[in-house]
Design a binder for this molecule. Structure first.
Ligand code: C5P
Length: 315
């Protein structure tokens, strides 16, 4: 097979708690991550040269090593030089649907798709843990993006444990087109305002920490109880992003008052989501929020949670 086309789903954070500042500059987290159907399309194709050639369609993304998708291909070449010799370079075509710098792991999902795509294209037969280990070298959210679904993440976000399929929500998603939030900025600002040292890296405490911090949400997921899940969603980064971006705080408030089970910012923002039980309820929330806000700068999406990460669309 000379090409694979993959679907790379975005994620939302049902939970993001910052436990403290790590000596390596990252933050120790407890996160619950959830894949949603909104996703990018990535094609990887053997190009008969030695090179990586990345095309991002009409998106403003760079097509060089500043793009995570490009770096993912470089990482595969560095780790599997023999496969690169055998199969040659790769054309990567990226069709963006996930908004950028939105807290939805769009760049991470694309990088995860390139790792999976090259594993397929080069017949490497890598296991999920092997792919996740490579992914962790590129970014904290990329291991999750490979398998997707519902998972709890600890460490800097790269240590994953799958959770029972929480695939039960319709999601109204909204983002200001003109507002982008840099993830490093959000974490650094949090560190300045609320930072506390985190030195405890005792692995045996990790399991306990998950239940201490995300317990009620985890119970909701365990029992597939949408109301309990939605009433325990949480995101510490709201404390820095919302005061810095008043329109996002207003959007969050409008969405929350439009109905649904619960509203939260995703990741480092600025996208905001509302969880709903049914499609009809989500459509109503969307209509009410659009009318109340009446802001042409805000894009809305109606999507739903899904139980998987990168998937082959066709080949
Ligand atoms: O790992 P990734 O490259 O996706 O992280 C982007 C940035 O987000 C990091 O450079 C860091 O500033 C911040 N970050 C953090 N703690 C984490 C994850 C990310 O401070 N656990």
């Amino acid at each position: 097979m000379h090409s694979y086309t993959l679907h790379a789903p975005a994620k939302i954070n049902l939970f993001l708690e910052i436990l403290g500042d790590r000596p390596d500059g990252f933050h120790e987290l407890v996160m619950v991550l959830q894949s949603i159907a909104l996703g990018d399309k990535i094609t990887v194709r053997a190009n008969g040269t030695d090179d990586i050639r990345l095309s991002c369609g009409d998106s403003p993304l760079a097509n060089d090593a500043t793009n995570l998708a490009y770096r993912a291909a470089q990482l595969m070449i560095n780790n599997f030089p023999q496969a690169h010799d055998n199969y040659g370079g790769v054309d990567i075509t990226l069709t963006k649907h996930i908004p950028m710098a939105a807290g939805l792991a769009g760049g991470s999902a694309d990088a995860a798709a390139v790792l999976v795509g090259l594993d397929l294209l080069w017949n490497l037969g890598l296991t999920r843990p092997e792919l996740e280990q490579l992914a962790a070298q590129l970014g904290s959210d990329i291991p999750f993006c490979i398998g997707g679904g519902t998972a709890i993440a600890t460490g800097r976000g790269e240590i994953l444990d799958p959770l029972p399929d929480g695939n039960c929500f319709w999601v109204v998603l909204a983002k200001h087109r003109s507002i982008e939030v840099s993830t490093p900025w959000a974490y650094q600002t949090y560190r300045q305002k609320f930072g506390k040292n985190y030195l405890n890296d005792d692995q045996s405490q990790r399991a306990r920490r998950k239940t201490i911090h995300a317990g009620p949400l985890l119970q909701g997921i365990q029992h597939r109880n949408p109301g309990q899940i939605a009433s325990h969603i949480h995101n510490d980064l709201e404390k820095v992003v919302l005061p810095a971006h008043q329109p996002v705080a207003q959007l969050r408030q409008v969405l929350q008052s439009a109905g649904g089970l619960g509203t939260m910012m995703s990741g480092s923002g600025p996208s905001v989501f509302t969880l709903c039980r049914e499609q009809a309820e989500a459509e109503q929330v969307l209509a009410i929020a659009k009318e109340k806000l009446n802001d042409p700068d805000v894009d809305f999406w109606l999507t739903h949670t899904i139980g998987h990460g990168i998937q082959i669309m066709n080949n």
